[in-house]
Write a protein that binds this ligand. Sequence first.
Ligand code: UD1
Length: 417
Amino acid sequence: MGKYHVSGGRRLAGELAIQGGKNAVLPILAASVLNSGESFLTNCPNISDTRYTVKILEEIGCKVTREDGGLLVNSNAADTFEISETLVRKMRSSIVFLGSLLGRFGAAKISYPGGCVLGLRPIDQHLKGLRLLGAQIDDHQGFLNCKAERLVGADIALDFPSVGATQNIILAAVLADGTTTITNAAKEPEIADLARFLNSMGADVRGAGKATIEIHGVPRLHSAEHRIMPDRIVAGTYLAAAAMTNGELVLTNVSGDNIRPVVAKLTEAGCTVTESGGGIRMTAPPRLRPISLKTQPHPGFPTDLQPQFTAMTSIADGMSIIEETVFEARNNHIPELRRMGADILQVNGKTSVIQGVPQLCGSNVVSHDLRGGAALILAGLAAKGKTVVDPSEHVMRGYESIENDLAALGADIAFVE
Ligand code: UD1
């Protein structure tokens, strides 16, 4: 386990290509089990969550190789529907294997998932959807034992547009008999990317990215190639970093459409953002204006950028209000930001009233989760003096090499073992 040493005060400037999307590659790797053939995936991010997912695939019996900058998964020999508890506990997103294992084998056995500690993260919507498709799910002593002699299309109305539940239902439904309709489905771009991959394997998924998704079951899928979409959260993180340092940044391998709510808030804060030729250019002012925002399911402002934008507004010229509505406990970074001199008042655990200060001061801070850790690194870039963000393991789940990316833009940051 390492830490990040950041010396603040440098202006970030330059051009950066954004890595492939973490939240896109994980369900797509789970989907590769369904075709009993080969899946060649390019633009896969080289992050620890990808590596854990590859271990899960290998445990199931898939062969995974890195080739020509992509991952080649051969799921032909897959013969196990049980995933060991240690692997599932590393990552909450391993829950999406429920849908793909059920689709492939008519059975799945996994423990309750782990992942970032963001409060209560129930999976009732996943289980409801899979049960409606005909799965029998026995939930006993921390394990989920699922069986389905036959999965049959159904109408499934989600109570909340859960990203993971939408993905699990799609994965279980692609090889089911008949048509499945999901209403109040999650509209995140990563759902559309999953559907693009499934359709390239011969599936019939319509409406992904919208609130109603129709999945027409097909008897079998075939081998396919797919390029993973860019990571919109990594893009938003680096834009916030440049915004906090009076920076000037050009991002490539990024989709402007997918980060519209983020760009809107950066513009409100006084940054100038333009899109051209598949890239995004942003110039930040010497002092940001305060902003107010509320996290919401897509196309609202993403909860995965809330900590970074909390760090950003902590040095704005006035009072910002940030409300977290997606997760109940996503504020572990706030006490750490306060150690760095941020003036943040928390109301009812969900709303932060942030009175911007002219400058933060470097400090030793603890990273409790992936995006909170990234927010502390950003705070360190804008702070006076040295900040140590410890440990690095959460940040490494989602960023290929945050230290190299930021150093390439002129930051003084090092990863220290
Ligand atoms: C995914 C993302 C995560 C992001 C989140 C919201 C991946 C690997 N992770 O997580 O980075 O922060 O979407 O954009 O893609 N809920 C229930 N019952 C359920 C499922 C969810 O109540 O059955 C609640 C959760 O507790 C949470 C909210 O719904 O409060 C959002 O969860 P969900 O959309 O499912 O997020 P994840 O798929 O876990």
